[in-house]
Design a binder for this molecule. Structure first.
Ligand SMILES: COC(=O)C(/C=C/C1=C(C)CCCC1(C)C)=C/O[C@H]1C=C(C)C(=O)O1
Ligand SMILES: O=C(O)CCC(=O)C(=O)O
Ligand SMILES: [Fe+2]
Length: 365
């Protein structure tokens, strides 16, 4: 079942933030100004310096030498248990591929508005150019332009939304997505091993995995203290792969021990995070962590994000091996298509979206 909303939506006028910046307004429009409690602390006043989220070396995970491999699997396990985020190095994706996707994404966002608007994200949907997750006129807006496309399996694609400019966009996205898909499969194998499970457990369970890409462009903002680039949320995917633009400002923040900490980009590394689906499958042993993006006064920022998730047909719930007396069942069984629909028909709301899967009684069905 494909995730589409089935209710009428009135979102009012949504300013395009790149155009807004060009017009240099004296004040930030009210719809972007966050309530006090939500406003970000600027880097200079953050209680902690940018975080050193764990680093995982894929080439070590793939080592034949079992001791070396084991120690990297332990590093992966700690990253998943304590952070829900890590940066992967030596991931095997050619630098040219990373550079090419960054170039076409940037080139796309730099096109005139009329060109980008040929691929509009209809209100309440998640594919195309615009702002996703806006469902009402009084909802606060993010200081971000998004361009999102379903990639795999082919039936989730909307070919009308694949842009003809820049002319190498489509081929570049195909190549990039193939490489990122391999990386996700590989990482899931080692994540399974880190849980003491068979390497192919996720692959077997997921069927033909759903894969989507979202490109986020955050123009500089004259008042970064008042707005958010992207509202706090956890990802609905199993795994998310995030590539940060080379000369971009630092902008990704994760909620660690109740504090927002910034993720310092490592050149050519990819940021990986655990999505809601892995939280459910591991019965909460590995949690999806809330994150957000903040903006910068002078610098822009680009991120290219891949969501990797099970097929819509898959019924899932906590893996029996991860449920016992000490770890009672925390989530019910559900259909992933239903969860996808629930996710894309609600605003980004921290971890609240995952309430969908929380158990009322204490026994797994
Ligand atoms: C703007 O889009 C998202 O943030 C998003 C949506 C992804 C999708 C598409 C762009 C096309 C159709 C499939 C899908 C819903 C995955 C986030 O994706 C998360 C949310 C869920 C659920 C998920 O699997 O990834
Ligand atoms: O731009 C970022 O760093 C965050 C992007 C993100 O969390 C998302 O697209 O889900
Ligand atoms: Fe995210």
């Amino acid at each position: 079942m494909a995730p589409v909303p089935s209710f009428p939506i009135k979102v009012g006028h949504i300013d395009d933030v790149q155009e807004l910046r060009k017009s240099k307004p004296a004040t930030i429009p009210e719809r972007f100004v966050r309530d006090m409690a939500e406003r970000p602390k600027l880097a200079a006043t953050l209680s902690s310096s940018p975080s050193d989220i764990p680093i995982v070396d894929l080439s070590k995970l793939m080592k034949r030498d079992k001791d070396e491999q084991k120690s990297e699997i332990m590093q992966l396990k700690t990253a998943c248990e304590e952070w829900g985020f890590f940066q992967v190095v030596n991931h095997g994706i050619d630098l040219n591929v990373l550079e090419s996707i960054e170039k076409v994404a940037k080139d796309f966002f730099m096109l005139p508005l009329e060109e980008k608007q040929k691929y509009p994200m209809a209100p309440g949907t998640v594919q195309g150019y615009g702002q996703a997750f806006v469902f009402s006129e009084n909802q606060k807006l993010d200081w971000c332009n998004m361009f999102a496309l379903g990639v795999e399996p082919p039936f989730i694609r909307n070919p009308k939304l694949w842009p003809s400019k820049p002319d190498d966009f489509r081929d570049t996205l195909e190549i990039y997505s193939r490489e990122v898909r391999k990386l996700c499969k590989n990482l899931l194998k080692y994540i399974a091993a880190s849980l003491g499970l068979k390497g192919d457990v996720f692959e077997e369970m997921f069927g033909v995995a759903v894969q989507a890409v979202r490109m986020n462009y955050y123009p500089p903002c004259p008042r970064p203290d008042l707005v958010l680039g992207l509202s706090p949320h956890s990802d609905g995917s199993a795994l998310t792969v995030l590539q940060q633009g080379k000369d971009s400002s630092v902008g990704l923040q994760i909620l660690k021990d109740n504090k927002w900490v910034s993720v310092q980009p490592i050149p050519n590394a990819l940021v990986i995070n655990i999505g809601d689906t892995i939280e459910v499958l591991t019965n909460g042993k590995y949690k999806s962590v809330e994150h957000r993006a903040v903006t910068h006064k002078e610098k822009d920022r680009l991120s290219i994000v891949t969501f990797y998730a099970p097929s819509y047909e898959v019924e899932l719930g906590p893996i029996p091996e991860l449920v016992d007396e000490k770890n009672p069942c925390r989530y019910r069984r559900y259909n992933h298509g239903e969860y996808s629909k629930h996710y894309v028909t609600n605003k980004l709301q921290g971890k609240k979206t995952l309430d969908f899967a929380k158990m009322e009684s204490k026994t797994c069905a």
